[in-house]
Every structure is written in C-alpha cells, then in structure tokens.
Design a protein around this ligand. Structure first.
Ligand SMILES: NC(=O)CC[C@H](N)C(=O)O
Length: 221
C-alpha cells in the first residue's frame, strides 16, 4: 500500500500515523500542505493535531490549503482517505464528508481512552473488525461533537455509513457518532485515534485491525 500523510502547521499526529502505516507495511510519504500534488497513492491520511492553531474553526483553514485540492482530486478518482480527529474535521470542512464537529457538550478538552462500538464492518477500514464489537481507542479533542441535519443522519444510517459509535457518548455527538464513511465507503473520518493504538508497548492494539484491514482490502482489490 502506498500512503501519503498530509502535514499542516500544527499537525501533531502525523508521525504517529506514519508509524502505524509503516507497521502494516505501507510505503509512506509525508506531504507538506503547500504541495499542490500528492502523487499516486492508495491512501491519503489526514492526521490529528491543531492545524493552523484551530483558528476560525478546527480544520477550516487546512481545508483551504493547496494540498486539500489534491486530496479532493484523489477522492474523486476513487482513492482512499482516512481523517483522524483534526483530520476528520478537515474532511468535513472540505465537504468530503457530511456533518460538522462542534465543541464538546461539556465545553472541555477530553483526553482519555474510550469504548466504541464498531457499527459496520462493511468498508476497507472496518473490515478487520466484527460489526457490533466493542473496541477501545484514545480520544483527545475539544471539538468532537458530531452534528448533521436529520436527513443526513437518516441517510448515514440507511446507507450503513456510520463506522463507529461511542459506547459512552461523552462529547454529545448526535446518535453517538464517532466516525462516518463517504457514500463510496472509501473515505473515513473518525475522532478517536487508531494510530495511537497499534503497539502493545503503549498498552492498546485495538487500532491495528483498521490499518491491517485496509492493506488486506487493497491486496484483494
Ligand atoms: N487531536 C486532535 O486532532 C484534536 C483536534 C482539534 N484540535 C480539537 O481539539 O478538537
């Protein structure tokens, strides 16, 4: 699998993402946000962090970086994209995923490990999990409160595009949504951090199945 990890001023999970991808054998290139081309890759990962200091709205300025136009072209070509935390915020701000991430219900930054339900295993990202399984992943955000209009929520449910839900909906997300898929199921945005859960040395490997599943999916394609 060839992967690119985008890097914005203020990204802080870009290297963790690269480590996780390399762990499952990916050939990883880091791409600075001013680059207008990403190159021919299978996956573009948009990492977590505080791009542009979270000014304006989380992810809003990054969504207007030159590299985000290249990201859109990659997705239009049918490429895979994974946005984690700030990356999920960037994907909603670019319009590549529906909805928005608002301030957490308690208006506090939350940093902890939290249980999630795998809502669908029908995607390249979630195929390595069993639907309905509970996994635990770290979260670290202040704007993770997912919202969308009722019609969008209905569509996400009817099209089986909710990837993960919070078992304990600590941030107030509508329908406890922690991650959503695009219509072609090749773009995933999620607030929890699978890339921080890929090594037993750090106490959790529940994120590994996501990266392994993607490699498997690409190998089978
Ligand atoms: N870890 C992250 O990517 C955090 C995203 C964003 N800065 C927030 O706090 O909501």
């Amino acid at each position: 699998m060839k992967a690119a990890v985008l890097v914005f001023p203020g990204s802080n999970c870009d290297r963790d993402m690269a480590v996780a991808l390399r762990k499952v054998g990916a050939d990883v290139t880091m791409v600075w946000h001013k680059d207008a081309e990403i190159g021919d890759v299978d996956l573009v990962a948009v990492p977590g962090g505080f791009s542009f200091g979270d000014y304006l709205r989380c992810g809003a300025i990054a969504a207007n970086s030159p590299v985000s136009q290249a990201l859109k072209r990659h997705v239009e070509r049918g490429g895979y994209a994974l946005g984690v935390c700030n990356g999920f915020q960037v994907l909603t701000e670019t319009g590549l995923l529906p909805g928005a991430l608002m301030r957490n219900a308690a208006l506090k930054f939350v940093c902890k490990s939290t249980p999630l339900t795998v809502a669908t295993s029908d995607s390249g990202f979630t195929g390595g999990y069993t639907a309905g399984a509970t996994i635990t992943l770290p979260v670290a955000h202040h704007d993770g409160n997912y919202t969308a209009e009722d019609a969008v929520l209905d569509q996400l449910r009817d099209q089986d595009r909710i990837a993960f839900t919070y078992a304990d909906n600590f941030n107030g997300s509508r329908n406890a949504i922690a991650g959503v898929l695009s219509e072609n199921r090749r773009v995933l945005g999620m607030m929890p951090h699978p890339e921080r859960a890929v090594d037993a040395a750090t106490g959790n490997t529940d994120g590994l199945a996501l990266f392994r599943g993607l490699v498997q999916q690409l190998a089978d394609a």
